[in-house]
Design a protein around this ligand. Structure first.
Ligand code: SF4
Length: 215
């Protein structure tokens, strides 16, 4: 059966020179294939790094070096001490899709004239169920939540989507992996921010009600 070429992958490898840094992963061309390792291990001898199969890259992405689960695969907490030898473009894609799910497709989408970006308002208005209340944050509150949740100390994806009054992320501060719409982790943070605001308001109302009765 003929292999179906992935246009996004084709474009990704075509723009790559000898090496490329994708968030915390250093990708180096190695003959017809590639070597991947944690950027912090750049100067280490290959023999000193544990060889991991491209198909097993998920085991590196799931937990930090101390065994803490990583809900956000783009968090700057990728463990080091390993290397992957990818023998083909397909193996490179296999490994990257486990380390940074969807990164190649999103990178290619962000290169188009009109990247498919969904901003906070549009995204939250589409939500139903528990995330519906995220529409209740005003622009300044939403910006505060986004600044905190998407900060480079928590996530290396470059946020292209916005809310009124907030600029997209600068690539220099993040990475070449774009973020095209709010993620589940950010949505949960926004939901909690609404809940805390509601609880604070309810507490204030109770306090005022108590004060008016005692007057
Ligand atoms: S929404 Fe923010 S935290 Fe989530 S992936 Fe995008 S940039 Fe990262």
């Amino acid at each position: 059966m003929a292999m179906v070429a992935n246009p996004a992958l084709k474009r990704f490898v075509a723009q790559m020179r000898d090496e490329l840094v994708m968030a915390q992963v250093l990708i180096r061309r190695n003959g017809a294939g590639y070597e991947l390792r944690q950027l912090a291990d750049r100067g280490l001898a290959p023999e000193s790094l544990r060889l991991v199969k491209a198909g097993d890259a998920r085991t590196l992405a799931q937990h930090t070096a101390t065994g803490v689960f990583r809900p956000l695969k783009s968090a700057p907490t990728l463990q080091n001490g390993w290397r992957i030898s990818a023998s083909s473009d397909g193996e490179l894609e296999l490994a990257l899709n486990q380390l940074y799910p969807g990164a190649i497709a999103d990178w290619a989408a962000a290169q188009t004239v009109n990247p498919p970006v969904t901003n906070y308002r549009e995204f939250t208005q589409r939500q139903s169920g528990m995330y519906r209340i995220t529409t209740m944050l005003d622009d300044a509150q939403a910006a505060q939540v986004i600044r905190a949740g998407c900060d480079q100390q928590f996530c290396l994806k470059r946020r292209l989507w916005t809310v009124a009054g907030l600029e997209p992320d600068d690539m220099a501060a993040k990475s070449l992996i774009p973020c095209l719409e709010p993620c589940a982790v950010l949505m949960e943070l926004a939901r909690k921010a609404v809940r805390i605001g509601q609880e604070e308001k309810a507490g204030l109302v109770m306090k005022l009600a108590g004060e008016s009765k005692s007057e």
